[in-house]
Design a binder for this molecule. Structure first.
Ligand code: NAD
Ligand code: LMR
Length: 327
């Protein structure tokens, strides 16, 4: 079987880093053929054509075809996996409400197009910011697609947290298990190491509380801004890598010995209001995410989770007020 993968914003930075990884088999496995459907705005089509020429030139054995579209109805027709990367960035003088409204104009119609034409098994990952709320908008415009098929990316935050803890402890990333990102993909996110282990030892016993509060949490939460400051553009290759990780684990399953993080619709677990697309500790099996249950949440973590969830609730209320989702 060939899997149809739609990528929006295909001519952008993340698109350029992502498409080659998908076509090489790193996202869906070395036995799975893929057909790429690149969705751009009309101004982006020519650059997408250039990227498609380069994809051709790689002669990837798994790549069955590439099509380029500038309308969502065609772009999402038959999609089994949809990576919603293209978004309206915040520009000078733009208020938060303006940003949410501009993205509502993208993710609402994309949700409708997914609803109308995507394959029955479609799985959607939203990368374009504000990712959690954009995912909620798309989901709310796609009533016929099971709600849990809409997810937003916090895997980059998860990977950043792994890297920071690895550097601090000197242990390889592979020795670290069960880190969690909670909440929103924003500076309020909470990277939680209280359930994590490093080479079998509790992570919290290996680091000082001052490092946790003054270094680890702010470094992970503000890493996106630090990359923009250093590179003059937002993270692209690491974001593409995280998207590959997210879809790989969703479709093929997480490893038995650790969980990961993804923003998925809340079922009310851990006091997160039902329906919010919030990051949780998750495992995947049989192609579906499950929230890891039964973790004890200490007072410190509770306050951090609540703060990020409050921001998500505000964003949801703001888009409802703008009429971008029902209230
Ligand atoms: P970019 O500006 O390089 O590319 C965006 C592309 O999207 C452009 O080619 C543009 O033409 C296209 N586009 C805009 N509107 C579109 C629409 N309606 N349909 C289809 N295509 C459309 O940006 P980038 O660096 O690739 O980043 C993309 C998004 O990902 C941004 O919103 C960025 O903030 C976000 N991001 C998220 C994470 C995360 O962890 N969730 C990490 C990094 C970046
Ligand atoms: C990131 O985490 O790198 C991005 O979400 C930053 C951004 O604002 O694009």
């Amino acid at each position: 079987m060939t899997v149809n993968v739609t990528v929006t914003g295909a001519a952008g930075q993340i698109g350029y880093a992502l498409l080659f990884r998908i076509a090489s088999g790193q996202m869906l496995g070395a036995d799975t053929k893929v057909r790429l459907k690149l969705l751009e705005i009309p101004q982006g089509v020519k650059a997408a054509e250039g990227t498609a020429m380069e994809l051709d030139d790689c002669a990837f054995p798994l790549l069955e075809g590439i099509d380029i579209y500038d309308n969502p109805a065609e772009g999402f027709e038959g999609a089994n996996v949809a990576l919603l990367v293209g978004a309206r960035p915040r520009t000078k003088g733009m208020e938060r409400g303006d940003l949410l409204e501009a993205n509502g104009g993208i993710f609402g119609p994309q949700g409708e197009a997914l609803n109308a034409g995507a394959a029955d098994d479609v799985r959607v990952l939203v990368v374009g910011n504000p990712a959690n709320t954009n995912a909620l908008i798309a989901q709310q415009h796609a009533p016929d697609i099971p709600a849990e098929r809409f997810t937003a990316m916090t895997r980059l935050d998860h990977n950043r947290a792994l890297a920071q803890l690895s550097t601090k402890t000197g242990a390889p990333v592979s020795a670290i298990k069960n880190l969690t990102i909670w909440g929103n993909h924003s500076a309020t996110q909470y990277p939680d190491l209280f359930h994590a282990s490093v080479a079998g030892k509790p992570a919290a016993d290996l680091v000082e509380q001052s490092w946790l509060e003054g270094d680890f949490i702010p470094t992970v939460a503000k890493r996106g801004a630090a990359i923009i400051e250093a590179r003059g553009a937002s993270s692209a290759a690491s974001a593409a890598n995280a998207a590959v990780d997210h879809v790989h684990d969703w479709v093929l399953g997480t490893s038995a010995d650790s969980w990961t993080s993804a923003a998925i619709p809340s079922d009310g677990s851990y006091g997160v209001p039902e329906g919010l697309i919030s990051s949780f500790p998750v495992r995947s099996s049989g192609g579906a995410w499950e929230i890891v249950q039964g973790l004890e949440i200490n007072e410190f973590s509770r306050a951090k989770i609540d703060a990020s969830v409050a921001e998500l609730t505000e964003e949801r209320d703001a888009v409802a007020k703008l009429g971008l989702i029902g209230s």
